[in-house]
Design a protein around this ligand. Sequence first.
Ligand SMILES: [Zn+2]
Ligand SMILES: [Zn+2]
Length: 254
Amino acid sequence: MTDISKFKYKYELHLHTNQGSKCGHNTGAEMAKAAKEAGYSGIVVTDHAWGGNTAVDRSLPYEEWVRQYIKGYEDAKAWGDENGLLVMFGIESGFQGTEFLIYNLTPEYFMSRPEFWNATIKEQLKLVHEGGGIVMHAHPYREEFYIPEIRLFPDDVDGVETINATHSSHLSKSHLGMQYNELAIEYARKHNFPTCAGSDVHSTIMFGGGILTEEPLTGSQDLKDLILSDRMYLLTDGDRIYDRYGLLLRDYEA
Ligand SMILES: [Zn+2]
Ligand SMILES: [Zn+2]
């Protein structure tokens, strides 16, 4: 039996700011503060890149685009450094509605590789790996107007975001559908994929999703190592808790 009480540290792995994402409502600093108040030990800022709903003018030269894109992360990090919240850099990249969460790249690496801009999904995965990062398929089964079709890339990703709190939290007002998480769990099991969870929050109303760990994370590299290891961590949408394989450990109590 997994003892839930041992997993004391919570990390939000899917979060947007209004500096990087057009659909974001709050600054990085506001998001970091809200996360800290909601009990998180850390967050990854995963703003939408140019293939998604970026807040930054796509006509800018690549480097300048990245410089502006990372402002949400930098803002969150400055707040986190002062107030004891671990803030990590991430990216949510998009390809005609299919989205990927990228962890453990540095902003410097991202800025130094303009090939990212025109990369296909396969090429992008290669670039991420060359920079030491990992790619998790975000909410692979979400059905929404901006996603023309469900496309899976089992040979090209490192893992899958199985629990997305926007689909299932009682606080979420969009993209609701518990089945999107259930299908993602099935997909991950079929391919033996590492998994992750996040809230996909766009405002300071924190859904409470993310992963729960026994030991505090030290940074992005540690997060990557954990996801690729066989050590246990838990997944949550804020209402329910699952083990990393998607087994429900605690159900929602209203
Ligand atoms: Zn968004
Ligand atoms: Zn997102």
